[in-house]
Design a protein around this ligand. Structure first.
Ligand SMILES: [Zn+2]
Length: 204
């Protein structure tokens, strides 16, 4: 079962989180890339975004920023926003609140941003509240692209993304090797279409 969009009842559990920018007056899209930086994928994404004068938001893993600091800097100098995705990719439902907060705080030592995206979107209420108290701004999404799912046919995914994307949508893509075979084919197609439709691409 795929959940491209987060159900409304789920949203009510997390007051003050960012889900979309549907009230935008201009035709903007908010592309986000999770799990990087990665030397095998980030340079491609940055070059492609540059071609479209697109700004995006990269929710990075602290461990990857620690390993590839120059690549992280390159994301920033390209004018993109950065966000915290945890030091490790922890599932909040399977982690104590204390360990969860420690994981986010440790990553904050490498990622200077208050934006925080929970890995898998799985975060307990207690973890959410504690994060907010520490000044983090949680950011979920309005559309998960499932770019990491190689078993899902490309044309079907593209059709779904086209159907569900509108002005103000926050889309999740992945700056990861698992998603890359799909992403490198599909993202250029989407960017070209969206550009023709008059969209601009903005960082959060
Ligand atoms: Zn992730």
């Amino acid at each position: 079962m795929r959940f491209y969009q987060i159900p409304k009842w789920f949203r009510t559990l997390y007051p003050g989180a960012i889900w979309d920018f549907f009230l935008d007056q201009k035709p903007t899209l908010y592309l986000t890339f999770d799990d990087g930086p990665n030397p095998n994928t980030t340079p491609f994404i940055l070059d492609l975004l540059n071609q479209y004068d697109a700004k995006a938001t990269f929710f990075c893993l602290g461990k990857n920023v620690k390993e590839f600091p120059a690549l992280f800097e390159r994301i920033r100098t390209n004018g993109h926003a950065i966000g915290n995705h945890g030091m490790l990719h922890l599932d909040g439902y399977k982690t104590t609140t204390e360990a969860y907060i420690r994981n986010a705080s440790e990553a904050a030592g490498y990622i200077p941003s208050s934006l925080y995206r929970p890995a898998y979107g799985r975060i307990k209420k207690s973890q959410y509240t504690a994060l907010k108290k520490q000044g983090f701004q949680p950011v979920f999404w309005s559309l998960l692209t499932y770019d990491f799912d190689a078993a899902f046919p490309s044309e079907k995914r593209l059709a779904l993304i086209r159907k569900k994307t509108k002005a103000g949508t926050i889309l999740v893509f992945h700056d990861s090797e698992k998603a890359f075979p799909q992403l490198k084919k599909e993202l250029p197609v989407l960017l070209e279409e969206w550009k023709r439709m008059g969209y601009t691409f903005v960082a959060i």
